[in-house]
Design a protein around this ligand. Sequence first.
Ligand code: AKB
Length: 313
Amino acid sequence: MKKRILIIGACGQIGTELTAHLRKKYAPHKVIASDIKEGDQALMSAGPFEVLDAMDYEAVQNVVIKYEITDVYLMAAMLSATAEKFPMRAWDLNMNSLFNVLNLAKEKKIDTIFWPSSIAVFGSTTPKTNTPQRTIMEPSTVYGISKQTGERWCEYYHKRYDVDVRSIRYPGLISYTTLPGGGTTDYAVDIYYKALKHKKYICFLNAETTLPMMYMDDAIKATVGIMDAKKEDVKIRSSYNLAAMSFNPEEVAASIRKRIPEFTISYEPDFRQAIADSWPQTIDDDAAREDWGWKHTVELDEMTEIMLENLKS
Ligand code: AKB
């Protein structure tokens, strides 16, 4: 099979694990990792690596031609909390990088694109529980606006130019390999580090803030699942709702306490509380389950065990 993959943003939280997974699935030389700067030594030495600015069309095109790339996974983005601090930079990065790969596909220089959307496309007027695939979408963050706009452009390029772009709306993602950066759901990773190190955690969201979350292995499974699906089975070309579990900080704390009884949590909500309050609590992902067989596997207690065990060593 003549598949050659380029991962843009390979050194980030998802990119790191996705690169490792795809290098195992195909072959290391078939998966080209790239990022704005050099990153983890293990990732860079395990296969080809390119320093690449996702906003530079010529540079992305050169890498695509050099390696005869067929599939691009565009994982570079500025997340919700950081984007509120740098709105224009976030908009430029999140939109220009997407247009670059959409246009490469339109010009038939690549075959397939994976582009992640987020639960941030929803806003405070969206139904909060069991949020439907199609519903009111009035995002109030720069990140959410960029993701919602991106979804519209993905669907447009698919309908107008037959671009094979595939997307899922990631919930908050939890992993132990690489830290997330600049998101509103990042507390759900940080809490495990602090539980092991200090036996206490000060949370920037309040105790009742329930958000959709997912363990990284499931997120990788979903990403590879939609990319492996037959073209005709990917019926939604904006982005698919995706769900695994939903929990609030108090529930993670209780799960940690089953293994570290002395663990305590306190709450000092900051500007991220308003962002979290505008997002759904639970997600209806029936379309992904029906169209391309999505199924999650990891629940909260199992994830807590995996996180604590791996961070300990
Ligand atoms: C964030 O918190 O910004 C991200 C997301 C939900 O897309 N993790």
